[in-house]
Design a binder for this molecule. Structure first.
Ligand code: SF4
Ligand code: SF4
Length: 421
């Protein structure tokens, strides 16, 4: 550390400036202090990587630490990452490389715009090319490459959920025709059992609204936004190009998706590849139509709501899901203390969805577990979500925190469907 060396201090014994006597220590001047007592090489190596430059901007104010969800269950935040790198940690081979969920809460408060949403994918890309990836994440990458989805399910089963929806959904490759709405289902609503529950509820609600809609069925592939953020940009670009070619074959007026991550990709990333779509998250599409629904019953549940990072902070939509909750008859709604722009992350973003075991070794509890505790603290009996990652994440966390029977987890579309029956 630096210290003031007596020989480097200058002080005029007699000095009068503009009539004011500032003799002695009032005019003390210091030579520049030497603040760098460590090797700057590791930080310079990282910040030379395209996309990671802003890590160098950190001036250690500490604002990000209280905002970072990982820090509240461990020791993290950009400030701490910067300091570790500055003192010699090789981030490219350190577990910290994989703990950031790219939730963007640090970027929201950082005065220097240290951008972890750009830094982390850029550094992870290097780790991916060096084959230094946690095995469970590598498996998700391989599944996505081979099957077009991270769950490793066959493409031909992508539309199997439709059969038990009890409402029609046009599978466009089988029944080719122009539709008003192209519904981009995404992987977890296509394959995960709890996602399929939500997809079927969505189909029934669309039937009640009389919307003309269709899906790509087996031709749809993962939007790959989370794989991109986890460092697999090449895979993202490959699947995006396939999706863009597929979408070009069909006629539709607008697109709707179940998934905030797909919404982010289609809204912000696909245009960089030359493909722009009129895309909405399903809550944005449905919120203005709620007044047209023929409600059959009141749902007397006390509920709270979890903002998905990629719908809220990343894309600025906080109102649409709340408007849906407000219009479902009977619900009593309470906000959690961390909500909207300061919403807490479920831990699934940025590849976290496929890193639960790995992350579990570096935190005191999972982010989803912390969030479930916060939901229970509101007195709610139900945690309402609108991201396909979240139902299964939070249902697992309800069990692991011993809150079974105390807190239910439901997608908002499941509640709409329930109130219509
Ligand atoms: S808020 Fe920004 S500048 Fe302040 S410590 Fe965090 S990363 Fe550094
Ligand atoms: S993006 Fe989120 S998880 Fe990552 S460092 Fe920032 S606050 Fe923490």
């Amino acid at each position: 550390m630096s210290k003031v060396e007596p020989g480097r201090v200058r002080e005029d014994e007699h000095l009068i400036v503009e009539g004011m006597d500032i003799s002695g220590h009032w005019n003390r001047m210091f030579e520049q202090r030497v603040l760098w007592s460590h090797d700057t090489g590791p930080l310079e190596k990282l910040t030379a990587i395209t996309g990671a430059e802003s890590l160098a901007y950190c001036y250690q104010c500490g604002k990000c630490t209280s905002a970072c969800p990982v820090d509240s269950v461990g020791s993290y935040s950009p400030r701490k990452i910067f300091r570790k790198v500055q003192t010699g940690t090789d981030l490219l081979t350190n577990p910290d490389l994989w703990l950031c969920t790219t939730c963007a809460n640090c970027l929201r408060v950082c005065p220097k715009e240290v951008n972890m949403i750009s830094i982390m994918p850029a550094l992870r890309e290097v780790a991916v090319t060096e084959a230094n990836v946690p095995p469970e994440l590598q498996k998700a990458f391989e599944n996505t490459f081979q099957h077009g989805n991270p769950l490793g399910e066959p493409a031909r089963k992508r539309a199997d959920w439709v059969a038990e929806a009890g409402a029609p959904a046009t599978i466009l490759p089988r029944e080719r025709r122009p539709v008003d709405v192209l519904f981009y289902v995404e992987c977890y609503w296509s394959y995960h059992p709890r996602g399929r529950d939500a997809a079927r509820a969505f189909a029934r609600v669309m039937e009640k609204l009389g919307v003309d809609w269709g899906i790509l069925g087996p031709e749809e592939k993962c939007s790959c936004d989370s794989q991109r953020l986890a460092g697999e940009r090449g895979l993202f670009e490959m699947l995006a190009e396939q999706n863009i070619r597929t979408l070009a074959k069909y006629e539709f007026s607008r697109m709707v998706t179940s998934d905030p991550h797909a919404y982010n990709a289609l809204r912000n990333e696909y245009p960089k590849l030359g493909a722009e779509y009129p895309i909405q998250h399903y809550t944005q599409f449905l919120a203005p139509l709620m007044g047209q629904l023929p409600w059959k019953r009141r749902l007397d549940y006390k509920v709270t709501f979890h903002d998905p990072c990629y719908l809220g902070r990343h894309n600025g939509e906080y109102d649409a899901p709340r408007e849906m909750i407000r219009q479902i008859p009977g619900l009593q709604f309470t906000e959690m203390f961390r909500c909207k722009a300061n919403g807490y992350c479920c831990g699934g973003g940025g590849g976290g969805m496929w890193l639960d075991s790995f992350t579990g070794n570096h935190v005191t509890e999972r982010l989803s577990e912390r969030r479930v505790r916060e939901a229970v603290e509101t007195g709610a009996e139900m945690l309402v979500v609108c991201c396909p990652y979240e139902v299964s994440r939070f249902e697992d966390a309800v069990k692991s925190t011993g809150n079974e029977g105390r807190l239910l987890v439901r997608d908002v579309i499941e509640l709409v469907d329930e109130a219509l029956r």
